[in-house]
Design a protein around this ligand. Structure first.
Ligand SMILES: [Zn+2]
Length: 609
């Protein structure tokens, strides 16, 4: 993310023509010194949207929307702040001044973008000229993709053969390196300078970022015998599955208004819906919805509709999306769920029905609260007293994931209605669940605080109620439930390093490394490699159920507390061991001195971020 110069940002509104820029998007009419239009941000018949050029602002007297040109473009074009600055500057013919003292723009990224554009052109050309193009075209036609839509999404074809890309760049060493960094070629096992193409004989879907640059590819096989059916670019410096959404660029470009945004499971769904005129649609890229996705989505529309297949996997994915959504709910954001009949996806169903019928499905999608209640109800024997108690407990832990007070209250009311109890009783259950969670965190905190302020001359106490084993277990449980917490590019290597220094951390360390390679591995996949070691496997299975259940954010905090507590614990233990090993008084003094020294050093390191 480039940093834009502060002064440039402050000065930009004075340098551009607010009337001209808004008029490009909404037809303005002169009214005295000001300009008027029907407001693009709310439905109205008489214009109450006003642009005041002398003040460089706009204001709507109907809905209260107001701000400067950057606010307008952010809201109207559904862009982030930086993107809006770049757009306003670009449309006004002004070049953006980036802050040179901040992070320098990495030259590699320019090369990466360049090579991805070249490959995108290459694949598209192959779709037109390759000798096997007919096979691809007939496949696309069979799936109902028109030429216009194929062009809109820049579909291409990766021809069969192992070295199509490698051969093109064979005399450019840097390009080979870049292809490798972009995951487009793969190094052969045990052969250093030998590579093969990742995508072969596949229909290619370029993946664009929000600005429209190609950052990765997805490829689909043409014949049912080949597998895997879909293949995506791996994680690269340009492409991160947990952040990107397929079709976001096209959604913004081809939708006039984005009141709601539909989140589907695959790129064929996005394309099929565009084909039928439904353009406010994106897909996650072979991963569950992440908090980062939600951030982008909530900036793009006020209503997010998650659409899933009605089979077991689809329902599980929907439930996961619900849990990720709970902490993100804020004022004005509505989240809904559209569960399709089992075995259907948007692509198949919109062809059977009509675009109109499908739009109706989107409009009448289930609200988050009703989906939540139905789901927990189905998990417990709801007709019994025990079942109702269990229902209440499960709901309480989910309600505690919601930060937005009004929504929290509404959920409590909904749960009270469902279970036939009064609101105060439900509130009590929620409070109880919160106390249980807090108690656990407190235990971990006390494990840390107990020791840090104590002078080292005092005998360190090891009577913490948390042993190394239980801290390790807690960390493992956090990683199994949310592999992404150890996957933050800024902290992951530090975490790995810190875990490596702990005793008996092999399993934790392996899990961390595993999670870093593939961020969206399921728990089952993460523990599968231990199947042969029965005892470890059983223990990991136990640890994969998180009790009490925490949100991803809480788990991240907890992991970090547990890691620090484990370090303190280990430090304490080794201090004691070295003091005991000192034979003479002088030796003991030397040991103490070196401990004090290393302690001061680590304290000092912690203070500088
Ligand atoms: Zn308005």
């Amino acid at each position: 993310m480039p940093f834009i110069d502060r002064d440039f940002i402050n000065d930009l509104p004075n340098r551009v023509d607010i009337v001209g820029l808004i008029n490009k998007r909404v037809a303005l009419k002169k009214a005295g010194k000001d300009y008027k239009a029907c407001c693009p941000f709310h439905e109205e018949k008489t214009p109450s949207f006003t642009v005041v050029p002398t003040k460089e602002i706009y204001h709507c007297f109907g809905c209260g929307e107001s701000g400067g040109i950057i606010d307008f473009v952010m809201k109207y074009d559904h862009l982030s702040f930086v993107e809006a600055i770049e757009t306003v500057a670009g449309e006004s013919g002004i070049s953006v001044i980036y802050d040179q003292t901040a992070k320098p723009v990495d030259k590699r990224f320019e090369r990466y973008n360049q090579i991805m554009t070249e490959l995108n052109n290459f694949y598209q050309k192959q779709l037109k000229s390759s000798s096997t193009k007919n096979k691809v075209i007939s496949y696309a036609k069979k799936r109902g993709i028109s030429g216009a839509i194929a062009k809109r999404f820049e579909l291409g074809f990766a021809p069969a053969g192992w070295t199509n890309l490698f051969d093109q760049y064979t005399d450019k060493k840097d390009s080979i390196k870049d292809l490798l960094s972009m995951g487009m070629i793969v190094q052969k096992k045990d052969k250093k300078d030998d590579y093969y193409d990742r995508f072969r004989n596949r229909l290619m879907f370029p993946i664009h970022n929000a600005k429209g640059s190609v950052i990765g590819f997805g490829g689909r096989v043409l014949s049912p015998e080949d597998n895997p059916k879909y293949l995506n670019s791996p994680e690269t410096p340009l492409f991160s599955k947990s952040k990107e959404l397929y079709g976001l660029y096209h959604c913004r470009k081809y939708s006039r208004r984005i009141d709601s945004i539909l989140v589907v499971e695959g790129y064929m769904d996005v394309i099929a819906l565009h084909q039928q005129g439904i353009t406010n649609v994106v897909a996650t890229l072979g991963t569950a919805t992440t908090p980062a996705h939600l951030q982008v989505l909530s900036r793009s529309a006020d209503t997010i509709v998650f659409c899933f297949d009605g089979d077991k996997a689809g329902k599980d994915a929907a439930w996961k999306a619900l849990k990720t959504s709970l902490p993100s709910i804020t004022s004005g954001l509505i989240i809904k769920f559209l569960i399709l009949p089992e075995g259907e996806d948007p692509d198949t169903i919109i062809k059977q029905e009509s675009a109109k019928a499908f739009s109706k499905r989107i409009e009448t999608a289930q609200t988050l609260s009703s989906f939540l209640i139905d789901h927990i109800k189905a998990e417990v024997p709801f007709d019994t007293i025990e079942g109702k108690t269990l229902f209440l407990e499960k709901s309480a832990s989910l309600i505690n994931m919601v930060n937005y007070p009004i929504y929290r209250q509404q959920l409590i009311e909904g749960i009270a209605n469902t279970v036939g109890q009064n609101i105060i009783q439900v509130e009590k259950a929620v409070e109880q669940n919160k106390t249980q969670n807090a108690q656990f965190s407190k235990n971990i905190h006390s494990g840390i605080n107990q020791n840090s302020p104590k002078p080292m001359t005092q005998k360190p106490s090891i009577n913490s109620n948390l042993s190394m084993k239980s801290l390790m277990s807690r960390m493992i449980s956090c990683v199994l439930t949310y592999p992404s917490i150890v996957n933050d590019p800024e902290t992951s290597s530090v975490i790995e390093e810190r875990a490596r220094k702990l005793p008996q951390s092999d399993v934790l360390l392996e899990l961390i490394r595993h999670a870093q390679v593939e961020s969206d591995l399921s728990k089952e996949a993460l523990i599968l490699p231990y199947k042969a070691k029965e005892r470890v496997y059983l223990r990991l299975q136990q640890l994969s159920t998180m009790e009490p259940f925490l949100s991803e954010f809480e788990a991240k905090e907890e992991f970090s507390y547990a890691l620090t507590a484990a370090e303190k614990y280990y430090e304490r233990k080794s201090t004691k061991a070295s003091i005991l090993s000192a034979k003479t008084h002088d030796e003991e003094k030397a040991v103490m001195k070196s401990i004090m020294k290393s302690k001061m050093k680590t304290e000092g390191q912690k203070k500088t971020p």
